[in-house]
Write a protein that binds this ligand. Sequence first.
Ligand code: HEC
Length: 132
Amino acid sequence: MTIRPVFVAVAALGIVVTSVAQVVTQRSRGEFMRQKLEFAKNVLEGLTVENFDLVEKNARSLKRLSMAAEWEVPEIPHVEEYLPRTAEFQRLCDQIVAAARARNLDGATLGYVGLTTSCVNCHKYVRGAGAR
Ligand code: HEC
């Protein structure tokens, strides 16, 4: 059997961050996600009032938060399925930022719809993952 590079990468990441993850509580993850919700709401506000700076600023914050949250990845069951979801989330943040910079309201709105779908899909997966 050949070991796929992604598993090697995941294992290496796990070793590096496990010690950090151990001191992090469930509560702080909840706070992280609450913050995510705030930023996502701000993106929606920006879209509805056509404030592209607000859209861009909060989409950037969402991406930063997502990147900062990667330390907790080893706690997640079936982590090899979690990482692509995080990558997709960050890609959608970039898409919103690019559209906002181009003053493309429809593009930014489409990105937001995709982002919301990715929130829901990841949560469905996280809730289901433990039970499998
Ligand atoms: C890559 C996976 C992933 C994505 C994408 C994601 N989340 Fe989460 N979310 C989680 C995990 C993991 C939890 C924690 C579940 C738990 O501990 O019960 C969570 C929990 C939450 C919670 C509950 C926090 C609490 O009070 O306990 C909120 C609110 C939330 N997320 C908002 C969002 C929003 C808004 C988005 C999209 C903008 C989003 N999440 C995208 C993984 C994700």
